[in-house]
Design a protein around this ligand. Structure first.
Ligand code: F6P
Length: 369
């Protein structure tokens, strides 16, 4: 029989996303309502694993008074990292080589020493995979789905995505007028890693003329033909949204930096390449804009705030009901629980026969195929 919960800890891992602070606020409120004490682990799990950086306050007390005013703020008050995986913790040796060590035992020990009974892990695929392992090792863990990329399975959406799409839409709206004035092709590169959710939703929302996503390798000839046909029809400018993970038919993704021990590969650069290629092929001036980390910054949208608060409260309810090894998910009109092992290591791609792709096609948006 599980002993009653008195103390819980929160960890925010992976790339930040608007809404993280709203989740923290919600977890702390719901926990205190039950008489539980809340703690936050700094910078993913580095608050425990990096005493050099956090000699005293790697695990810090969080109270309702402290988090009352953070719900509308971007980022995370706890800090985060996307290269601090405790299961494969990278350490640089004196000879410059990098070794990877499983340091999960130190997390169990640190939480036990502080009499913390359960953990709320807020993150994307990487963080939820770690959460699942910690659960399998005996810790009470609940996960919360976060990523602007919206590529987590078993949840209608992740928080952060709506804010990212809203901002990308606003930026693209602005590009229409300058593209039109100069009769140019504007290529807008957006984040999303290996999934095209941000690109597709932004492109539809912002009336783009072409959208390139990783799920549909693009044929440059077809894209060129579509843009040139627009020109001939008297529409002398075009907007192309390209996902950072998109790739040409038979070609490679563009990498900003290769991955390595403790580091995931960084995508980016396709926008500029594509703009140059389209300029050569169409004879029209083309410019690239990379929205990059702007999509991760700023205040969460109302939708993301509400989702985040629902997730935070649901995570505490789940722990109170005795659950562990689950992720809270949006399943309209409700929030439900799904096993972490059903989520860990699985990516949600854009379904090619789904309504969103069909909608783009019906709007005469070229998808490069
Ligand atoms: O997963 C979120 C995300 O913003 C991706 O869209 C992007 O590829 C990656 O993180 C960028 O990571 P970093 O902050 O390390 O550049």
């Amino acid at each position: 029989m599980l002993h009653p919960i008195r103390r819980i800890a929160i960890s925010t891992g992976g790339g930040d996303a608007p809404g993280l602070n709203a989740v923290i606020r919600s977890v702390v409120f719901a926990a205190e309502k039950r008489g539980w004490e809340c703690f936050g682990i700094r910078e993913g799990f580095n608050g425990i694993l990096r005493p050099d950086r956090y000699p005293v306050d790697g695990i810090t007390r969080l109270t309702m008074a402290q988090v009352d005013h953070i719900g509308h703020l971007g980022g995370t008050i706890l800090g985060t990292t996307n290269h601090g995986n405790p299961l494969k913790f990278a350490t640089t040796m004196p000879d410059g080589s990098v070794t990877e060590t499983d340091r999960s035992g130190e997390i169990h020990a640190a939480l036990k020493a502080m009499e913390i009974d359960a953990l709320v892990c807020i993150g994307g695929d990487g963080t939820l995979t770690i959460a699942n392992v910690l659960h399998q090792q005996g810790m009470r863990v609940v996960g919360i789905p976060k990523t602007i990329d919206n590529d987590l399975d078993k949840t209608f959406t992740t928080f952060g995505f709506d804010t990212a799409v809203a901002f990308a839409t606003e930026c693209t709206d602005r590009l229409h007028s300058t593209a039109g004035s100069h009769q140019r092709i504007m290529v807008v590169e957006v984040m999303g890693r290996y999934a095209g959710w941000i690109a597709l939703h932004t492109g539809i929302s912002a009336n783009a003329h072409a959208i390139l996503i990783p799920e549909i390798p693009y044929d440059i000839e077809k894209l060129t033909a579509h843009l040139s046909a627009r020109d001939r029809a008297g529409h002398h400018y075009s907007i192309v949204i390209v996902a950072e993970g998109a790739n040409p038919l038979g070609g490679e993704r563009v990498l900003h930096e290769k991955g390595g021990a403790g580091y995931v590969e960084r995508l980016g650069g396709i926008g500029e390449n594509l703009a140059q290629e389209l300029q050569r092929k169409t004879g029209k001036e083309a410019r690239a804009v990379v929205l990059g980390h702007l999509l991760r910054g700023g205040s969460p949208s109302a939708f993301d705030r509400v989702s985040a608060m629902r997730f935070g409260a649901a995570a505490v309810r789940a722990l109170d009901e005795g659950h562990s090894g689950i992720m809270v998910a949006l399943a309209y009109p409700d929030v439900n629980y799904v096993a972490l092992e059903e989520v860990a290591g699985r990516m949600k791609s854009v379904p090619l026969n789904g309504d969103i792709v069909q909608t783009a096609r019906d709007l005469n948006i070229c998808l490069g195929d």
